[in-house]
Design a binder for this molecule. Structure first.
Ligand code: AMP
Length: 446
């Protein structure tokens, strides 16, 4: 039988996390996060992961896929949870590989939150920052390790036994890892893992290369699938405004102010136009940051962190940089420039309206982009009728960015979580001073 051809039975019976058989300590963490019901991918994947099967899951960021693998893996690791100080009692048992540093950090932060009541340790390693603090964490022992492939291999060089007790492997955004040229690194990592393990592969697409990857790395996997790639989330209100290219900045500012948009992600097609737009927004007094592949690691993380803390009202991003970003409760996405590929449109607007919340996607479409709009309409099988721009409201004060107070005093900044004695800092605190050598080049970086 073709790999991954066996579809998992659709299990709709469980409508609560408790019914999925999760431990009360995990349930209470979920309750604190406000998770009331499992998302479709969670309903399907959690029982299968608990049963020990390998999985090929077609699910994008925004569907709740992180919890779909993290929760059952935490549950399965519970028998090993312990408070011993001995590193030997805390070998890496679950390894999650992610294509980008941003995604690795997001997965790590989710794992930390889900496991906050459990004596299980987690850590994240990614390139572009000093290795030493990461090494110290690994030396102390961690059960759950989230990593980008290149940096993980660097660590394995000095600690050959690092991965020899891994029981669970997660390949997150596997399609993107292949796009970025990580296949050789993945093969090297796989050679360091025990053959007897459970492997979970998550990917937005299932083309031949992913099936090939699954054939070599997975055993008799079940396939689960949610929210097809070309279905725009139904919870997202899609608005199109026709504007001249030169009037786009005015239109963007007008929509932000008249709709009183607290925060939005603004997409451009290119790095150059992202930079240009960022500068022009700053001149207009709108606190904004720019994120794209040419930005140094520290700049990218600082921009993301500033946005997450509410210091920035707008985050201008290119498609590649934005992929995998999980910004909770993002109310709005702007298409300042329509993407060339309709699939990217679906990806972009999927950044809002996440996990059932409602969202708004506003596209500013110039005459030159009419053909791109028509392509998108064909792809999502829906007409996007242009609406007039909102009336200019009486000059509203620009929403003030949250004062840049130190993390501990900043109400917008989550307090550090704790795992046992371990303090887990929010993303910005993961930033280390840049190493003296240049930032690690990632294969296929934008
Ligand atoms: P992910 O697809 O894993 O990136 O998750 C997307 C967002 O949905 C994250 O902000 C999660 O915290 C949130 N989320 C995941 N599962 C649930 C759930 N069952 N209920 C509410 N929010 C969720």
């Amino acid at each position: 039988m073709e790999v991954g051809n066996e579809h998992a039975p659709v299990l709709e019976a469980a409508s609560t996390f408790a019914e999925l058989g999760l431990d009360p300590k995990i349930l209470s963490a979920l309750e604190e996060m406000g998770y009331k019901t499992p998302t479709p991918i969670q309903k399907q994947a959690i029982p299968l992961v608990l049963s020990g099967r390998d999985l090929m899951a077609q699910a994008q960021t925004g569907t709740g896929k992180t919890a779909a693998f993290a929760l059952p893996l935490l549950q399965k690791m519970l028998p090993h949870a312990n408070t011993s100080a001995s590193p030997a009692r805390h070998p890496v048992r679950a390894l999650a590989l992610a294509p980008t540093r941003e995604l690795a950090i997001q997965v790590y932060e989710s794992v930390v939150t889900y496991s906050k009541n459990l004596p299980l340790r987690s850590s994240v390693v990614f390139g572009g920052v000093d290795m030493k603090p990461q090494e110290a964490d690994l030396r102390a022992g961690v059960e759950i390790l989230v990593a980008t492939p290149g940096r993980l291999l660097d660590h394995c060089g000095s600690r050959p036994a690092l991965l020899n007790q891994v029981q669970f492997l997660v390949l997150d955004e596997a399609d993107r890892m292949l796009d970025m040229g990580f296949l050789p690194d993945l093969k090297r990592i796989l050679n360091l893992l025990p053959a007897n393990r459970q492997t979970l592969l998550f990917s937005a697409t299932f083309d031949d290369s992913i099936v090939g990857l699954a054939r070599s790395f997975l055993q008799n996997p079940l396939k689960v699938e949610v929210a097809r790639r070309n279905t725009a989330a139904e919870t997202v209100e899609q608005v199109v405004h026709k504007v001249k290219e030169d009037d786009k900045l005015d239109a963007l500012v007008r929509v932000v102010r008249s709709r009183d948009i607290a925060q939005a992600l603004v997409f451009t097609r290119t790095k150059i136009s992202a930079d240009k737009l960022g500068r022009r927004l700053q001149k207009r007094g709108i606190p904004s940051a720019v994120i794209h592949g040419d930005k140094a690691q520290l700049e990218r993380l600082a921009a993301l962190d500033g946005f997450k803390q509410g210091k920035m009202q707008l985050l201008v991003a290119t498609d590649i940089a934005a992929r995998g970003l999980d910004i909770v409760e993002l109310p709005c996405v702007f298409n300042y420039e329509l993407p060339y590929s309709p699939e990217d449109y679906v990806h972009r607007i999927g950044r809002t309206g996440r996990a059932g919340a409602s969202g708004l996607a506003v596209s500013l479409v110039s005459h030159e982009e009419d053909r791109l709009l028509a392509g998108i309409e064909r792809f999502i099988k829906r007409e996007l009728k242009p609406a007039p721009l909102p009336e200019v409201a009486a000059p509203a004060p620009i929403r003030q960015a949250v004062e840049a107070a130190p993390a501990a005093e900043n109400p917008a900044m989550p307090p550090p979580a704790r795992i046992g004695r371990r303090r887990v800092e929010p993303v910005c605190a993961l930033l280390m001073p840049p190493p003296p050598r240049p930032v690690e080049a990632q294969p296929g970086a934008e």
